[in-house]
Design a protein around this ligand. Sequence first.
Ligand code: NAD
Length: 270
Amino acid sequence: MQISGKTAIITGAGSGIGRACAVRLAREGASVVVADVNDSGAAETVSMIAAAGGAAAAVQVDVTRHAEIDAMFAFARQTYGGFDILHNNAGIGTGQPRFPDCPEEQWMRVIDVDLIGVIEGIRKAIPLLRQRGGGVIISTASMAGLFGFAADPVYTAAKHGVVGITRALAGLKDEGIRVNCVCPGVVNTPMVTGARERLTGEARAQMDEALRRMPMIAPEDIAQGVYELITDDEAAGYAMGIMVGQPRRIVPPPVGLPGSSGGLAAPRAG
Ligand SMILES: NC(=O)c1ccc[n+]([C@@H]2O[C@H](COP(=O)([O-])OP(=O)(O)OC[C@H]3O[C@@H](n4cnc5c(N)ncnc54)[C@H](O)[C@@H]3O)[C@@H](O)[C@H]2O)c1
């Protein structure tokens, strides 16, 4: 898909990776709906895009409130006449105390934002993109969607779910809807730097050691991966791994079956 002239909705675009993607897609000529629960962060992203001569508008949405996802799509329709690209990017980590010591509400919120919010965004976007004649759905999964991230098991479970639904929907390509995800390693955003600031003593020293061994990627590098997945008309059901110092690459699923990117083929009518 050529990005210029299209409309992209990006959740969690008031900070970090979402902001970098919003700025990049606007630079490529897209109109961007900057969707975030944090309205001041979203407004800041819109200002950055406007200052660079791009088109963007902010809408406040909490992806765990499913009526607000509908309102986000309605906002895109009213502001730009619809959308061609949905980037499900909003996400949170479990934080402290770690699973299993964290209270139920804490880990369930991670599933609500990082997995159910993504599934509901995809579910509501598909019929709208069908009406539009096609489009692209990207989600921000994580390397924790491909490997076990011991520091945050529930986040790992949610991100595996995002990779799973992405691969299972590869077959929508036949209808002109391409569903893909990016799987970043550690990215230099407030999610990581803020988590580090909240740690003390031994825990912070452990995190610093981990960051020394796995240096942080710039959010703009994730935006480049997103750009590549949007513009590659073959990309469907892809989980793109993005690690510092390594080329971006599509991580293959462990088994391959027809009809999806590694999942079981959906039964076809007739
Ligand atoms: N930073 C990393 O190392 C890293 C690595 C891999 C994947 N990711 C994923 O990238 C995505 C973006 O994270 P980031 O690092 O840019 O973090 P960030 O904290 O800088 O940005 C996340 C944004 O999501 C918004 N948000 C949170 N909950 C929301 C909700 N319920 N509804 C709408 N918006 C909400 C926040 O307000 C914030 O603006 C997340 O899905 C995260 O899991 C991050």
